[in-house]
Design a protein around this ligand. Structure first.
Ligand SMILES: Cc1cc2nc3c(=O)[nH]c(=O)nc-3n(C[C@H](O)[C@H](O)[C@H](O)COP(=O)(O)O)c2cc1C
Length: 197
């Protein structure tokens, strides 16, 4: 096999991001609902998302620092309040999920823009997404800060308190590289361009 060898020390953060996000696929998508300390409801998707363990049941997301090295609202909200909901995403709500990724200022909520419906959670204050067929209510365990500056990782390890699971769970969509997505319901792929503010 003919191989290309990439030395990460020679890459800019944006190049490292593009390479890693293109190679490590498919990734599940966590649509995260959180609340600011001031009560503003936030909704944002994260595909740096994995199952941590089952005892205690845990999930990990990484809202990285932005390309300008700034903390995202989700990270700040979870650090300040310790609570959030991870909603899984299927094809029907993929466009709304993508709209929720618009870089809105902290005082503006993404719920309306996404066209999704907040409903009360059982054990945490942030709402869950009614249209999502799997919703995990989570409590913060630990935030691991790895690096500083553009795209530095911020691992949010959370304990799952409650799962709400639809009788007929719809298979989720997964993130591929660039604009690409994979629909696990039928194996088809589709593209969504990122929205502007
Ligand atoms: C499908 C998808 C997956 C994403 N995954 C991540 C991710 O894993 N980490 C991250 O920092 N941003 C990710 N983003 C970008 C964030 O959603 C975006 O920066 C958002 O504005 C953050 O919102 P917040 O500032 O309200 O937390 C993703 C966007 C999309 C559309």
């Amino acid at each position: 096999m003919s191989m290309r060898t990439v030395v990460f020390a020679e890459l800019a953060p944006v190049e490292a991001y593009t390479l890693l996000a293109t190679l490590v696929v498919p990734r599940p998508i966590a649509l995260v609902s959180s609340l600011g300390a001031d009560g503003v409801a936030n909704l944002a998707p994260f595909s740096f998302f994995m199952l941590g363990g089952a005892n205690p049941p845990s999930l990990v997301i990484s809202p990285t620092l932005s390309s300008k090295g700034i903390e995202k609202d989700t990270l700040r909200n979870i650090r300040e309040t310790g609570e959030y909901v991870i909603n899984l995403v299927h094809r029907e709500i993929a466009v709304g999920m993508n709209e929720a990724s618009a870089p809105l200022p902290p005082e503006e909520s993404e719920w309306e823009r996404a066209g999704l419906t907040p409903i009360p959670s059982a054990q945490v204050r942030p709402a869950r997404v009614e249209e999502s067929s799997v919703q995990f209510e989570c409590r913060l365990f630990q935030i691991v800060e790895h690096g500083q500056g553009p795209n530095a990782a911020r691992y949010i390890i959370g304990e799952v308190l409650v799962a709400h699971v639809a009788e007929n769970v719809v298979p989720p969509v997964a993130r591929l590289g660039g604009k690409g997505y994979l629909d696990l319901a039928d194996g088809s792929t589709f593209e969504l361009g990122r929205p502007n503010a």
